[in-house]
Design a protein around this ligand. Structure first.
Ligand code: ATP
Ligand code: MG
Ligand code: ZN
Length: 388
């Protein structure tokens, strides 16, 4: 049976489908509406955020039988050939595999010919930071005076390596890492279409693991749906990401807040027992305590907390149980521990030391309480002034 990976199956097909790149979508759609499409665009940004997808959508918008249109039909011959990347007039070239200047010269020579069937010729050149200066020089000549039927769309993950002479001849769009809720919404829709149920907290964690890249998020979802049954659980995700069970992390955090070193160390042991690396456990702890801090500072329903997407019932309980001062101390200790880990200090040892330090903060909390009482006493009116 043919299986198509999610990232390919659900490639966005219209401007509206592209998540998180509203400025590029809107500007390009406006240009099409006004008939002012530039001769050359440069799409830059991290991996898997929609550059190639957007390039194909723009090509479809320009070549669609019912076009130029901001809403390409998706079913005409041109649209279908472009989506399948085998349109004779829409050339997709990977510049990384395009070493010889001769190749570029040939491409530029062919560019002079009229399109064979579409309204125009569109060259989509990917990874253009790999082009040599000689190759660019050949291209720049065409860019300088392009034939009216020709459009270039360049894409790169490394814009710093693109020559200034090129940058000044193209219209540039910076594609951004996609916000968490945009990724979650997309994953939720895909899971539903695949007929599988994935709870929101799982989707949020998955999206966070992808760090703003939609392809990575979709690839993870693909793997997760393959691991899990009809209902995908958080345990499946832990297995996939190599993270400790969420319940174990919450239990550990609880014991740290309560100030109980011995059971906290046992909880740490349980968290690591499933094979999660100490650095990963530490990251999960940081996420937990950070959520506690944010819930305390801004409330459960605030934008900041929702953007992080890690507010669990345990986080809420801990936000109530722990003083803000203590939460800040916990955070500071955890950040210090992260720094130590980066310097290559034995990670498990560091984590244990940090856990003991955090769970011995009981006295500190009392000191904070004392300080507040003293402040209150100092600002209270003198007893004589009080009405009897
Ligand atoms: N903004 C987005 N909205 C919806 N899906 C996206 C988006 N960006 C990427 N995807 C998904 O990821 C896949 C890869 O996207 P695309 O090829 O457009 O990324 P790219 O930016 O060109 O990445 P690369 O730098 O690796 O070439 C798409 O097929 C699609 O499923
Ligand atoms: Mg690409
Ligand atoms: Zn069409």
């Amino acid at each position: 049976m043919h299986y198509e990976v999610i990232a390919r199956k659900y490639r966005p097909q219209t401007f509206a489908d592209v998540a998180g790149q509203e400025i590029a979508s809107r500007t390009l759609a406006n240009a099409i509406r006004k008939g002012k499409v530039a001769h050359a665009y440069l799409f830059t940004g991290p991996r898997g955020v929609g550059k190639t997808s957007m390039a194909r959508i723009l090509a479809k918008a320009l070549c669609c039988e019912s076009g130029p249109t901001t809403e390409p039909c998706g079913v005409c011959e041109h649209c279908r050939m472009i989506a399948g990347s085998h349109h004779p007039d829409v050339l997709e070239v990977d510049a990384a595999r395009f070493g010889h200047v001769q190749d570029v010269k040939e491409l530029c020579d062919n560019a002079q010919f009229s399109p064979s069937s579409a309204r125009m010729r569109i060259y989509i050149l990917d990874e253009v930071h790999m082009l040599s200066t000689a190759a660019w020089n050949a291209l720049l000549k065409v860019l300088e005076e392009p034939p009216p039927h020709l459009r270039f769309i360049f894409a790169t993950t490394e814009v710093d390596k693109v020559l200034p002479t090129v940058l000044s001849r193209v219209q540039r769009f910076d594609f951004r890492p996609i916000p968490l809720d945009g990724i979650v919404a997309c994953l939720r829709a895909i899971a539903a279409k695949e007929g599988q149920e994935v709870a929101d907290p799982v989707l949020f964690r998955l999206a966070r693991a992808a760090g703003g890249g939609m392809r990575d998020a979709q690839t993870l979802l693909d793997q997760l749906l393959a691991v899990g049954g009809e209902q995908v659980s958080e345990d499946d995700l832990d297995l996939l990401l190599g993270t400790a069970r969420g319940g174990d992390i919450a239990a550990l955090a609880g014991l740290l807040i309560e100030g109980r070193p011995a059971p906290a160390l046992e909880a740490l042991d349980r968290a690591c027992a499933g094979g999660a690396a100490p650095g990963v456990v530490l990251e999960q702890l940081v996420d937990h305590v950070r959520s506690v801090l944010l819930v305390q500072a801004c409330g459960r329903d605030s934008q900041a907390v929702r953007r992080l997407g890690t507010c669990t019932p345990e986080v809420e309980a801990h936000a109530k149980a722990c003083s803000p001062e203590k939460a800040i101390r916990l955070c500071q200790i955890l950040i210090g521990c992260q720094q130590a880990l980066r310097q290559g200090v034995d990670p498990r040892l560091q984590l244990e030391v940090a856990c003991v330090r955090m769970s011995s903060l009981g006295q500190v909390q009392d000191l904070d309480g004392l300080l507040r009482r003293i402040e209150r006493l100092e600002t209270a009116p003198p007893p004589a002034a009080r009405p009897r």
